[in-house]
Design a protein around this ligand. Structure first.
Ligand SMILES: NC(=O)c1ccc[n+]([C@@H]2O[C@H](COP(=O)([O-])OP(=O)(O)OC[C@H]3O[C@@H](n4cnc5c(N)ncnc54)[C@H](O)[C@@H]3O)[C@@H](O)[C@H]2O)c1
Length: 327
């Protein structure tokens, strides 16, 4: 089966594409290789994928609908599933660069919906990335899919919630089967250098101080990349059904075991073998104090069962970080 993976040069996209290739699918990987973070890392991930004969890379911008359709060309005819992971990610960057989010996450998501509606004749379903950040100012943990999600604390979160609403509309109006996945702090080798676990590792290795916001009193539901990939693949195989007949479902994909920021730093120090220089700082705009996923629905319907604790995953990330950074 042919599967289109957008954001395939990105962290989660590359792992998803690799897992699909390993189970025998044909993958078209689409990405614009933007420079939000080091494009060398994106090229490194693509090299891994290009080692598989059934992988084809397409460089295109999802926000440019006509250009994307043209670049995809006749490949469109075979696509049965779209896994849409391309986005402008990162909460903090959305404070400084809001238009990048409107472009890739609003216009880009709409363009993917239009692609599915008009240009993919054999499409069976669309799986797309949302985020735990949609829970915003909610304080009731764990976060469950049926909680209110109209109190975003960053523009990033607002665009991800808007994606869910656009998808709901397209499922209702045009019957496009869709599954939205709310990811919770995904980490692992070849990860995103802008995320705390990676940026902290860089700082610890270089002897630079790390800043612990909200004086370290934060909790995050860190989710190991391979656990997330299993959930994404299960979603790609799943027929979204709802009592009202609208073929759209949203699932949390998190580890369901939040970890204190200071515990996380301690585990990182242990894996690296050096102590961090810690600076305690107040809460940052856009941040939330705690994330924790209620994964009852994903467990029941997708068989989602994360098994990797941070104690196991972080040393694996650090082993890769050592090779990548050469320390
Ligand atoms: N990593 C996490 O913890 C996390 C958490 C919640 C949600 N998400 C979401 O999961 C998805 C994947 O995240 P990731 O961590 O792999 O991020 P990533 O930045 O590594 O991957 C996204 C990829 O999309 C590409 N891209 C961005 N804008 C594009 C455009 N306009 N056209 C084509 N390609 C474009 C980028 O070049 C990048 O390779 C994103 O939608 C993100 O918002 C990630």
């Amino acid at each position: 089966m042919t599967i289109l993976v957008t954001g395939a040069a990105g962290f989660i996209g590359a792992f998803v594409a690799r897992a699909l290739l390993e189970r025998g699918e044909r993958v078209i990987g689409l990405d614009n290789l933007d420079s939000y973070y080091d494009p060398a890392l994106k090229r490194h991930r693509l090299e891994m994928l290009e080692a598989h004969g059934d992988f084809r890379f397409v460089r295109a911008d999802i926000a440019d609908f006509a250009g994307m359709v043209e670049t995809l060309g006749g490949e469109r005819e075979a696509v049965r599933v779209v896994v849409h992971l391309a986005a402008q990610a990162g909460v903090r960057h959305s404070l400084e660069n809001p238009f990048a989010y409107a472009r890739s996450n609003l216009l880009g998501h709409l363009a993917i919906l239009e692609l599915c509606r008009h240009r993919l004749p054999r499409l069976e379903r669309l799986v797309y990335a949302s985020s735990s950040s949609v829970y915003g100012a909610n304080t009731e943990v764990p976060f469950a899919e049926d909680q209110r999600v109209d109190r975003p604390v960053s523009l990033y979160a607002a665009t991800k919630r808007a994606d869910e609403l656009m998808s709901e509309t397209y499922a209702r109006l045009y019957g496009i089967p869709q599954i939205g996945l709310r990811f919770f702090t995904v980490y692992g080798p070849m990860g995103r250098p802008d995320m705390a676990y990676f940026a902290f590792a860089d700082a610890i290795v270089e002897g630079r101080p790390i800043r612990l916001f909200n004086h370290g009193r934060m909790r995050r539901d860190f989710t190991w990349i391979e656990d997330v990939v299993a959930g994404v693949l299960a979603a790609a195989d799943h027929r979204p059904a709802r009592e009202d007949g609208v073929p759209h479902r949203i699932f949390n994909l998190g580890n369901h075991r939040p970890v204190e920021l200071l515990t996380f730093v301690h585990l990182l120090e242990r894996a690296i073998g050096r102590e961090a220089v810690k600076e305690f700082a107040p809460m940052q705009p856009g941040d939330v104090v705690e994330t924790c996923a209620d994964i009852t629905a994903a467990r029941r319907e997708l068989g989602f069962a994360p098994t990797t604790p941070l104690e196991e995953g972080l040393p694996r990330f650090v082993a890769w970080h050592r090779r990548w950074r050469g320390w």
